[in-house]
Design a protein around this ligand. Structure first.
Ligand code: CO
Length: 151
């Protein structure tokens, strides 16, 4: 495993749409392992592949709940419920912390590192992280979703 450099705001790569993963091979497993290590080292709650310069639909999340570290390959939000407003940050925008409205509950369909499909439903902080990280794969950053009065 190795730490990867985190791409910072201003780099075009953060605005690109990522391609789906089609090969569930050692290259993917290394990417996932490196992303987990990089997220932990940076003390983040989530990290998406474009943040380490890889335009593939991969992210990792750890909001320190019973789920531990979640690996999501080709994630897709299939249901959301309610709305919550809370503080949010991003490892690509160090020092930025803003109020963002997100669903209270979000269900994501994804594949694991072997290509096996699963769904996960998160509430509160996990719902927020699922939405934030999935957004990254479409080039969307949390500052795009800030409340207007803060802009
Ligand atoms: Co982020």
């Amino acid at each position: 495993m190795a730490l990867r450099e985190i791409v910072k705001y201003g780099d075009d790569i953060l605005r690109k749409k990522c391609r789906p993963v089609t090969a569930f091979d050692e290259k993917l497993w290394t990417l996932l392992d490196d992303m987990k290590e990089t997220m932990e080292d940076a003390k983040g709650a989530g990290l998406a592949a474009p943040q380490v310069g890889i335009l593939r639909r991969v992210c990792v999340i750890n909001v320190h709940d019973e789920h531990g570290t979640i690996e999501l390959v080709n994630p897709e939000i299939i249901a959301t419920e309610g709305a919550q407003t809370g503080g949010e940050g991003c490892l690509s925008l160090p020092g930025e912390w803003h109020e963002v409205e997100r669903p209270v509950r979000a269900t994501v369909k994804a594949q694991d590192r072997n290509g096996k499909e699963f769904t996960i439903t998160g509430e509160g902080l996990l719902a927020r992280a699922l939405c934030h990280e999935t957004d990254h794969l479409d080039g969307v950053l949390f500052i795009d979703k800030m409340k207007k009065e803060e802009l």
